[in-house]
Structure formats: structure tokens, C-alpha cells
Design a binder for this molecule. Structure first.
Ligand SMILES: Cc1cc2nc3c(=O)[nH]c(=O)nc-3n(C[C@H](O)[C@H](O)[C@H](O)COP(=O)(O)OP(=O)(O)OC[C@H]3O[C@@H](n4cnc5c(N)ncnc54)[C@H](O)[C@@H]3O)c2cc1C
Length: 455
């Protein structure tokens, strides 16, 4: 017999979704958590590069503790917008409220006309690349195999592009070392740094016989978001921060041996024999934080592979109104979706571009970061991002929780119908309600354990 009361659907069980679980369950609200994947770990599993072992495990354990609560109904492998229709769920299923904690899973499209026709044929985007890298050591990996060839360029300059260029270098150097008969793996190369590993082996980069990868950025190096520039910084402070940025990038370049070409923006594609073989760039100039593009001058860069790492944005889901790259909200405080009284957005799904604001949560200043606002350089930076996502979720939930409680509770007939739908979906995916067992079954093998085993 299901409990009379409020039933809330949460789409996405990761940082924001599981924080919503943690907060709402205290209010005695019944929760159903849907996720498109078997595991509800979101960007922690598929976006955070696999060398952040401790942070990944800690965050995933936190999610497990929350979603494994027997009062939560978990529905894995259900994609809102493909397997079930958003409008149908909101209008007909009977939930008291729907929370969208579905993150930012769409690659921001590269602004070069027609280039997406070459995905997998000279072009990769960042999200599939990290998802592949995080699992490419699994002998039973069944997803799409990415062929990361030497000499690739990464187009970026923001949050994820430093990770992406590192991944490309780790993959190509590991391959080159193995071809020469040396033992190598991504974790060891990342931990020590490629230059140190080569030194220890008595090798130079040239000995590997590879070119390495190059990061192309739209802005100048000193304008890359590698260190925060305080508002109203004077010229002296500005110069200081610019120097820090140059230094941070140089340390990463020395350690991982990639190159950077700044002040270049993609303008057109180069196609040969039906394959993308490079990009035509326009040169840019960054002055007073504004980027000027010189559109009359083209620089051809011919390469075997282009990787776009210009950020992630919320997925387009039929029925969900959007404004630019993000979902359209009525009220930024609660994240209420425009046109829907009982649909609220949490986490990265609302943290799109151009959405910066300061709020007070837990007596602490919480800033909603825009996608690509800064680069992550260390594990601490990532931890800060996850903590912020949680704090913002808490902030919104203080309003959402009160709104939900003001709605009338569901009748027992409505609850029964809703539960029939949930059970049917769980049965379809083979989920039997034992969360811990399910997670154990679907957690992929970890590279660190495989290496331990090899020793
Ligand atoms: C590479 C990278 C880039 C980052 N960029 C930023 C950034 O720009 N700004 C920022 O604040 N933080 C960023 N972060 C930090 C971090 O991702 C977020 O703060 C935090 O993970 C957001 O959590 P979330 O729960 O909102 O989203 P996610 O971790 O993305 O979780 C969303 C969940 O929803 C599920 N889901 C998605 N679509 C559907 C669907 N249609 N139906 C059902 N389920 C669905 C997913 O499977 C996932 O479990 C980044 C992290 C990484 C690793």
C-alpha cells in the first residue's frame, strides 16, 4: 500500500538530483528518481576524467547513500524526451511536481556551417570523448570506439578543454610508449606528468616519433579563465592575474607537452575526400576583455583530427521551453520552468551561459557559474564545482519544498496509477528494486584496480 501524500519525479540522479533527494525526503515527500543511464552518477562518471579516483568515489558514494534509501523509487535507463514524453509526464502521470536535474549533456555546437556532418569522420566532440576515455581500459567496453590519432587539435579555451588536451596527450603518448615496448597507463602518466615519465625512461619527446596535440583558443592566453580576475581590478592587479594565467598554463604544457595557439577562432572547415581534414581559422585580438575577429584573413590548419571542447549545454527536450542555450525559467530563485507551475530546474540544467548571479545560501555567497567560466586545474576545483551545485540545489529547494507542500496531496487512485507506470518501467529495464545490487552490477571496472592486479 503506497503512502498518501506528494509524489515528486526527479530526472537525473547525480549531484543536483541526489541533493534534492536528500532535502525532500526530510519533508516526507515521496520521490521517484529517473536516470537515462544505469548509474545515476552523471558527470562524475562520464565527465570527470578517470584520474580523479578519490573524488569520483567519494561523490558516487554520497549519491548511493541517498538514492539507496528504501523510500526512493529508482528508475534507471529511462531517457526523458526519448523513452517518455515530458508533456505526458507533467500533464498526465499525476506527479505533484517534476524536478529537472538532467545537467548539461549536449555538446555546444562548433560554429562552422555543416561541420557536424563530419562527426566521427575527422571530428569528435568532448562529451563522447571523456565518456570513452573513462572506460577505454575495460576489455568488455561495448560503446563507440574513438580513434585518437597523433597530431590532433582541440578547439577550446574554457573549463573542459584543458582536460581534453591532457586526455589526448595521455592517450597518444601511452600508445607510442607501448609500441616501443614500455609499460604505461593513463593514471601513471597523469600522476607523474608525461615529461617526468619520459625523463625516468631516458627518453625525449622526439624519441616517441609523434607530433603531439595542440589547443587552439579564441582568446589570448592571458584572457583564458585559468585564475579569477576580481571585479574592478586595476591595471597592476590585471597584469598580476595575467601572469598567473600564463604560469598556470606553462606548468600544464611543461608537464603534458601539448602546445597552445591562442587568438584563433574556427571559421570554416577543410574537407578532402569526404573527410574533415582541418579548419580554417580567423585570427582574433583580445582587448579590454572583448574579442575582435579579423574575418578577412584565413589560416588553414590541416590535421588528422579536430576535437571540439567548447562546453556543454542542456539537452533539447520536446516540450521544454528554452532561451538561448538554457531552459527558460520564470523565476531564477526557484528555477520554475516558464509555463509550468510544478516543474523546476536544478543543477547544471539551469547553469547555462549568461546566467551568473549571487545568492545567499547557508550564509555563504553562492555564485552560479556559467558554462566555461573557468578552467579546472586541480581536483579541488572540481570539488568546488560539485559543492556549488549542491548549494545551489539547496537554495532552490527551500522555495520548491514550500511550493510542493502547498499543492493538494495525490488521491490514492492517482498514486496507484502512477505506481503502475513506475513498476512497468522498472520491469522493462530489469531493475528489481535492489539499488546496491544494481550499482555493483553496472559499475565498470576501474583502471586503478586493474593496474593493482597487474603488479
Ligand atoms: C567536464 C566537466 C564540465 C563541467 N562544467 C561545469 C560548468 O560548466 N558549470 C558548472 O557549474 N559545473 C560544471 N561542472 C561541474 C559539475 O558537472 C556540476 O557542477 C555538477 O556535476 C552538476 O550536477 P548535475 O546533477 O546538475 O548534472 P550531471 O552531473 O550532468 O547529472 C545529470 C544527470 O541527469 C541524467 N540525465 C541527463 N539527461 C537525462 C534525460 N533526458 N533523462 C533522464 N536522465 C537524464 C544524467 O544521466 C545524469 O545522471 C563540470 C564538470 C565536469 C566533469
Amino acid at each position: 500500500m503506497e503512502k498518501i501524500g506528494h509524489y515528486v519525479a526527479i530526472f537525473g540522479g547525480a549531484v543536483a538530483g541526489s541533493e534534492a533527494v536528500y532535502q525532500l525526503i526530510k519533508n516526507d515527500i515521496n520521490l521517484v528518481v529517473f536516470d537515462q543511464n544505469a548509474l545515476p552518477y552523471g558527470k562524475i562518471e562520464s565527465g570527470l576524467p578517470k584520474w580523479h579516483v578519490k573524488l569520483r568515489d567519494k561523490q558516487e558514494q554520497k549519491i548511493d547513500e541517498r538514492i539507496s534509501d528504501p523510500k526512493i523509487k529508482y528508475v534507471p535507463n529511462v531517457h526523458l524526451g526519448k523513452d517518455i514524453d515530458f508533456i505526458d509526464v507533467v500533464k498526465n502521470w499525476g506527479f505533484s511536481a517534476v524536478l529537472l536535474a538532467n545537467g548539461a549533456w549536449r555538446d555546444r555546437p562548433l560554429q562552422v556551417e555543416g561541420i557536424d556532418a563530419y562527426i566521427g569522420n575527422g571530428l569528435y566532440y568532448q562529451n563522447p570523448l571523456v565518456a570513452w576515455f573513462n572506460q577505454n581500459h575495460d576489455p568488455n567496453y561495448k560503446g563507440e570506439w574513438l580513434d585518437i590519432v597523433d597530431g590532433a587539435i582541440v578547439v577550446g579555451g574554457g573549463l573542459a578543454s584543458l582536460d581534453i588536451i591532457k586526455i589526448v596527450m595521455l592517450v597518444t603518448v601511452e600508445k607510442a610508449l607501448k609500441e616501443k615496448g614500455y609499460k604505461a597507463n593513463a593514471l601513471m602518466l597523469e600522476h607523474k606528468g608525461i615529461s617526468t615519465v619520459l625523463n625516468e625512461l631516458g627518453l625525449t619527446f622526439d624519441d616517441l616519433g609523434i607530433k603531439g596535440a595542440t589547443l587552439y583558443t579564441r582568446q589570448g592566453i592571458e584572457h583564458m579563465p585559468l585564475a579569477a580576475l576580481p571585479k574592478n581590478a586595476d591595471d597592476i592587479m590585471r597584469e598580476k592575474i595575467y601572469n598567473v594565467r600564463r604560469k598556470v598554463l606553462k606548468i600544464a604544457m611543461d608537464k603534458f607537452l601539448f602546445k597552445v595557439v591562442d587568438n584563433h577562432v574556427p571559421a570554416d572547415k577543410i574537407i578532402k575526400n569526404g573527410r574533415l581534414t582541418g579548419l580554417k581559422f580567423n585570427r582574433t585580438e583580445t582587448k579590454n576583455d572583448k574579442i575582435k575577429v579579423f574575418t578577412d584573413e584565413f589560416i588553414d590548419v590541416e590535421v588528422p583530427l579536430v576535437i571540439s571542447a567548447i562546453g556543454s549545454i542542456p539537452e533539447l527536450i520536446p516540450g521544454i521551453p528554452t532561451k538561448g542555450e538554457v531552459y527558460r525559467v520564470n523565476d531564477i530563485e526557484s528555477g520554475q520552468l516558464e509555463g509550468f507551475d510544478n516543474v523546476f530546474i536544478l543543477g547544471n540544467a539551469v547553469t547555462g551561459r549568461g546566467n551568473i548571479r549571487d545568492t545567499q545560501a547557508h550564509g555563504r555567497k553562492v555564485t552560479e557559474r556559467i558554462v566555461d567560466q573557468f578552467m579546472v586545474n586541480s581536483e579541488e576545483d572540481y570539488k568546488e564545482l560539485f559543492d556549488r551545485a549542491e548549494e545551489l540545489t539547496d537554495f532552490r529547494l527551500s522555495t520548491i519544498g514550500d511550493k510542493i507542500k502547498s499543492f493538494s496531496p495525490l488521491t490514492s487512485e492517482k498514486i496507484q496509477k502512477l505506481m503502475q507506470k513506475i513498476t512497468a518501467l522498472q520491469n522493462r529495464t530489469g531493475y528489481n528494486g535492489n539499488y546496491q545490487q544494481w550499482v555493483k552490477k553496472y559499475t565498470p571496472p576501474r583502471l586503478e584496480n586493474m593496474i593493482q592486479h597487474e603488479k
